[in-house]
Write a protein that binds this ligand. Structure first.
Ligand code: ATP
Length: 443
């Protein structure tokens, strides 16, 4: 049963605290399009930075790339997206609602939400027709078919068409990978569940190029590595599982595919896909472009078109996962405390800095400390209201540490550090604070 109350609470907290807003809200909003506010942009950026560090900086065999969103239209013919990137669309002639035929079991009849579309006496569903999910636009001033370009529906193709450029410019040899974070667009039939399924989203994708025959071994390596990444992000392991794509589910390019799923309040759903894409994409680009895309393996004096193992995660979906996984309510001294227990490395604000009272030089000391620490980690200064209230505000924002400048600070230079999760307090020398916080909040 979907826990709509929990999702409602998260959506409302996100708006209230400046994580995520509906796009163009003053005009009534644009359906399923969302903007990230001051806290949200930090959270999502931290998720992406963690991914980049693990996938690019921490490895010797992966290079980064940032390809353009617009690509030559032939790319999408070669990739199979023009012909086959479709979902089956069903219309209800009675209520005019639209559904994905393959997800109808998860949908509600708008006229009678306890029933599925088609089950209510007045439902009149059309036969499914295939609907292409790519957004089209025109390059240049003339809106004609020759000028059609697409907003990329995945970042992967920008990597395939550049793989030889990257190889030449780096010292990599197969096996090696290329990683990219960027926007993708899909004209989804039924977007929803907050930022889970949107029409504009960000992907964190890595394509790993391997010698044919070694692909299964690499596929297993990447499955293990990627699940470990989600565990290291602090997500509850009991809420993560594998889903293997059966023969009817496999994408046109895939030999094997597994999804990493998370148990959201609205059920188990994919957050990342690991795919063995074989040599499908490179072979197709070779055929469509007429350019050789094979790799010369010098030590073995052989040429081959590499196979590709892909890891593809949604930055927005992982961000939503961190919010859902972190949200908790606790009873403390007869009051409800709302906490976002983020892993400190993704927390938008790392430390709150407060003067205990607005006198005796405490605000001046705290302001100085705040400006100093802010050069190194994202910090927040708050001097309004009782300290207990300030703690609660930081708990709701997911800030792992709060620092209070008090009477003792003025005599011995130590500050009180309060821990978000345990609510316990320590004293730390204020000149050591920067290092203390950095150590506890970095990757
Ligand atoms: P789904 O079955 O949920 O439509 P998919 O199998 O089409 O997803 P992929 O093509 O494998 O997804 O895309 C890789 C990742 O990109 C997904 O795991 C997800 O995290 C993200 N993603 C895909 N579509 C969307 C979307 N509409 N909104 C947000 N993130 C998305």
């Amino acid at each position: 049963m979907a826990d709509t109350t929990l999702m409602d609470k998260i959506v409302s907290l996100c708006k209230r605290r400046g994580f995520i807003f509906q796009s163009s809200e003053i005009y009534g909003g644009l359906g399923s399009v969302w903007d990230y506010g001051p806290l949200g942009v930090e959270l999502k950026k931290n998720v992406k930075d963690r991914w980049w560090r693990a996938m690019v900086h921490a490895r010797d065999d992966i290079e980064g790339l940032d390809a353009a969103i617009l690509m030559h239209p032939k790319v999408w013919e070669a990739s199979g997206h023009v012909a086959g990137f479709t979902d089956p669309l069903v219309d209800c002639k009675t209520c005019k609602a639209r559904f994905r035929a393959d997800k109808i079991q998860d949908a509600q009849c708008p006229q009678k939400p306890s029933k599925k579309p088609g089950e209510h006496t007045t439902c009149e569903l059309t036969a499914p027709r295939m609907f292409n999910l790519m957004f089209k636009t025109f390059m240049g001033p003339v809106e004609e078919s020759a000028a059609v370009v697409y907003l990329r529906p995945e970042t992967a193709q920008g990597i395939y068409v550049n793989y030889l450029n990257v190889l030449q410019g780096s010292r990599q040899k197969v096996p090696f990978g290329i990683a990219q974070i960027g926007k993708a667009f899909r004209n989804e039939i039924t977007p929803g569940n907050f930022i889970f399924r949107t029409r504009e989203f960000e992907q964190m994708e890595m394509q790993f190029f391997v010698k044919p025959g070694t692909d299964t071994e690499w596929f297993e390596h990447w499955r293990e590595w990627r699940m470990a990444w989600h565990h290291a992000l602090g997500l509850n392991p009991a809420k993560l599982r594998w889903h293997e794509h059966g023969p009817g589910e496999l994408a046109h390019y895939a030999k094997a595919a597994y999804d990493i799923e998370y148990e959201f309040p609205f059920g188990w759903n994919e957050i990342e896909g690991i795919h063995n894409r074989t040599d499908f994409d490179l072979q197709r680009h070779q055929t469509f472009s007429g350019k050789k895309l094979d790799y010369f393996d010098q030590p073995n004096n052989e040429r081959f078109v590499p196979f590709v193992v892909e890891t593809s995660a949604g930055a927005d979906r992982v961000t939503l996962t961190t919010l859902v996984d972190a949200y908790r309510e606790e009873q403390v001294e007869g009051e409800t405390r709302v906490v976002l227990g983020f892993h400190p490395s993704v927390a938008p604000i790392k430390v709150g800095v407060f003067p205990l009272v607005k006198k005796d030089g405490m605000p001046e000391y705290a302001t100085r400390l705040y400006h100093e620490i802010k050069q190194h980690v994202n910090a927040f200064y708050d001097d309004s209201g009782a300290v207990g209230r300030r703690y609660r505000r930081m708990d709701e924002a997911g800030t792992p540490f709060c620092v209070t400048v008090d009477g003792q600070t003025l005599t011995d230079g130590t500050v009180t550090v309060r821990h978000r999760d345990t609510m316990t307090q320590d004293r730390v020398a204020s000149d050591r604070l920067k290092g203390w916080v950095k150590e506890r909040t970095e990757g």
